[in-house]
Design a binder for this molecule. Structure first.
Ligand SMILES: [Zn+2]
Length: 179
């Protein structure tokens, strides 16, 4: 289930088709049906290869693979790496990134809702635990090695299969936690 978070990520950032397959076939996938599982893993590998290839033309394009990871890493760090599996933290991070995108006018509510619904159906968490203080999240984001000159290339969701980078400070990001 934790691994499925990264599979959902590939659909969300790169492929509306993969996303729709996940919506339709989730139950079979959770049942670990071998043929389906193999085909989905193959699709994810192909999508990743495309990103790495495109990265040679467009500098740092592969940063789109960080979708859900800015906040996800902060949640892992703020909880001492013992409470959530990586994929669970990424699931929380993706739901947050979709919420931030909606609140900043980057995506529509339907896009956010479809992503959150699929993450939940996969048995993964979507909410930031309320006991994590915002200042811990902010400090963890600031400590991330990907922060440069005080800002992060935050991966926002525009539509399913389409992302947009927004340069945001840790404060800008954390503002959306309680919004
Ligand atoms: Zn990851």
């Amino acid at each position: 289930m934790a691994g499925l978070a990264e599979v959902i990520k590939y659909g969300a950032i790169l492929s509306p088709d993969l996303f729709a397959i996940l919506e339709e076939q989730l139950d079979r996938l959770l049942g670990l049906e071998p043929a389906l599982l193999t085909s989905i893993i193959k699709t994810c590998c192909q999508l990743k290869a495309q990103v790495v290839e495109a990265d040679e033309q467009e500098a740092d394009y592969r940063a789109i693979l960080n979708f859900g990871h800015t906040l996800g890493h902060a949640v892992e760090s703020a909880t001492g790496y013992g409470r959530f599996l990586h994929g669970e933290a990424v699931a929380i991070g993706m739901a947050f990134a979709a919420k931030l995108s909606l609140q900043r006018g980057v995506c529509r509510a339907t896009t956010r809702d479809r992503l959150v619904r699929l993450i939940k159906r996969a048995g993964l968490p979507v909410d930031i635990p309320p006991d994590i203080a915002e200042q811990h999240l902010r400090a963890a984001i600031e400590a991330d090695k990907k922060v440069s000159a005080g800002s992060v290339k935050f991966v926002c969701l525009e539509q399913l299969g389409k992302t947009r980078f927004e340069l945001l400070s840790a404060t800008d990001i954390v503002r959306h936690v309680s919004q």
